[in-house]
Design a protein around this ligand. Structure first.
Ligand code: C2O
Ligand code: CU
Ligand code: CU
Length: 464
């Protein structure tokens, strides 16, 4: 028995998950056993290793703006937390300690982990201040992922608790350099301190902070060699900001999305990242002496805020360096889960409901923290995610990648694996996914953190 296993002595489990009605967040009675068996089952593939990482969440003084200390929360004293870098087939073992003044958990966003390692309060008790917990799971897929708390997200992510997680595959395109860019924004007051959550307007819109960050710094200057092509792995860790990304208004190449590489590269002039979205790009070559702005172009997600173009960073192009970059025509194979339009097996309605206390509540199928029907391992899921509201919502499914079949019946421009997809106002996004053999408690929700907190989420079991 490992002494760092989860503590289950936090009180009896008195939640009945089979009844109808809103879900009370609590792990099932067999959570400890599920955790123990997931822990033991996590063994590296032949030739691969166990990657051990120590993470501590705590308060830290962080300079979002150079020369100005902000009371923030970080993993290992930094914002973002350390980038975890591993290889497909490795086991990731994270020894986590909570030095915050409130409980927390870590969710491994996009990773196909066993349910018991998903870091939600449906599979584990939140880790109390001063306590430790070990996450251990195998890394099945290459791609750009991220980790963040799944407790009090509106506060914990805003203060800086998030980090990137890179999983490398055996065959990756060879570019000249790689960078990880984690986008975020933070709402600072006049003294440079993070504002507490706002009232109903912010709860309705989601927070878009006044200070835009890349890797924890306000509008940094990046430098890049002329003549080279770099691989940029980008994560949008914002609470609510949609980033319609432009790099000096130049074309760039989309190599991958949430669930790793596309089948072949796609040249674009811009790409939309909803909260929680990731993209992998090939960027360049540029000429020496050029200055390019990394901007978020105006995007109207129908919140009350007026869309405008805003800068995230600038890129200074320095002296030339030789290039060996090769972008293959075929990046990988992605077989379609469904041919044709598909027949939906379920409808998920994203909605709002009048509320006495909050103006409106954000709901799924008319209910906060909706309990959805179970899903059986191996049975193809075709879901129509329908936005009944007048604003955009980024729909996120935990633990399983899906393919987008169509947005209002229009098929997507390329096939990809996703875990987060934008659902425009009054629109229907059809997705397909296949539950592989990872039974347990799973969830989906809007990744605008304020909507998630308000109840635009649902819980369901994957059963054998
Ligand atoms: Cu980033 Cu529940 O998710
Ligand atoms: Cu919930
Ligand atoms: Cu939403």
């Amino acid at each position: 028995m490992h002494d760092h296993h989860q503590h289950t002595a936090h009180g009896p489990d008195h939640h009945d998950h089979t009844t109808h009605g809103p879900v009370h967040h609590a792990p099932p009675p067999d959570a400890r056993a599920a955790y123990d068996s997931a822990y033991a089952a996590a063994q590296p593939a032949p030739g691969r290793e166990v990657v051990r990482v120590e993470l501590t969440a705590g308060e830290t003084d962080w300079e979002f703006i150079p020369g100005r200390a902000t009371r923030a929360w970080g993993y290992n004293g930094q914002v973002p937390g350390p980038t975890i870098d591993a290889h497909v087939g490795d086991v990731l073992e994270v020894h986590f300690t909570n030095n915050l003044s409130e409980p927390t958990t870590i969710h491994w966003h996009g990773l196909r982990v066993p349910a018991a390692m998903d870091g939600t309060d449906m599979v584990q008790y939140p880790i109390a201040p001063g306590e430790s917990f070990t996450y251990r799971f195998k890394l099945p897929d290459a791609g750009t992922f991220w980790y963040h708390p799944h407790s009090n997200e509106v506060v914990q992510l805003e203060r800086g608790l998030y980090g990137a997680l890179i999983v490398r595959g055996d065959t990756e395109p060879q570019l000249d350099a790689e960078r990880v860019l984690v986008l975020d924004d933070v709402a600072l007051d006049r003294k440079g301190q993070i504002r507490p959550p706002g009232w109903w307007i912010e709860q309705h819109n989601g927070r878009e902070g006044n200070t835009r960050l890349i890797n924890g710094r306000k509008e940094p200057e990046l430098t890049m060699a002329a003549g080279q092509i770099e691989r940029w792995r980008i994560v949008n860790a914002s609470s609510a900001r949609y980033v319609r990304l432009s790099i000096g208004a130049r074309p760039f190449t989309l190599l991958g999305t949430d669930g790793g590489l596309l089948t072949s590269p796609v040249t674009v002039n811009e790409v939309l990242l909803t909260p929680a979205d990731r993209v992998e790009l090939a960027v360049g070559p540029f000429d020496e002496g050029e200055t390019l702005r990394i901007d978020a172009l105006p995007y109207n997600r129908r919140s009350i805020a007026r869309p405008k173009k805003e800068r995230f960073a600038t890129v200074q192009v320095g002296p030339a360096a030789p290039s060996r970059a090769v972008i293959p025509e075929t990046l990988r194979q992605i077989l379609p889960l469904v041919t044709g339009g598909g027949t939906p097996t379920r409808e998920v309605h994203l909605g709002i409901r009048a509320s006495l206390h909050h103006g409106v509540d954000f709901v799924i199928n008319g209910e906060k923290h909706h309990r959805d029907k179970p899903v059986t391992v191996g049975e193809l899921q075709v879901w129509d995610v329908i936005n009944d509201t007048m604003m955009d919502h980024p729909f996120h499914l935990h633990g399983f990648f899906f393919q987008v079949l169509g947005v209002n019946d229009r098929p997507p421009e390329f096939r990809s694996w996703e875990d987060t997809v934008n659902v425009p106002p009054k629109s229907r996004v059809r997705i397909a996914w296949l539950p592989d053999d990872r039974p347990g408690e799973w969830m989906y929700h809007c990744h605008i953190l304020e909507h998630h907190a308000s109840g635009m989420m649902a819980h369901f079991a994957v059963v054998r």
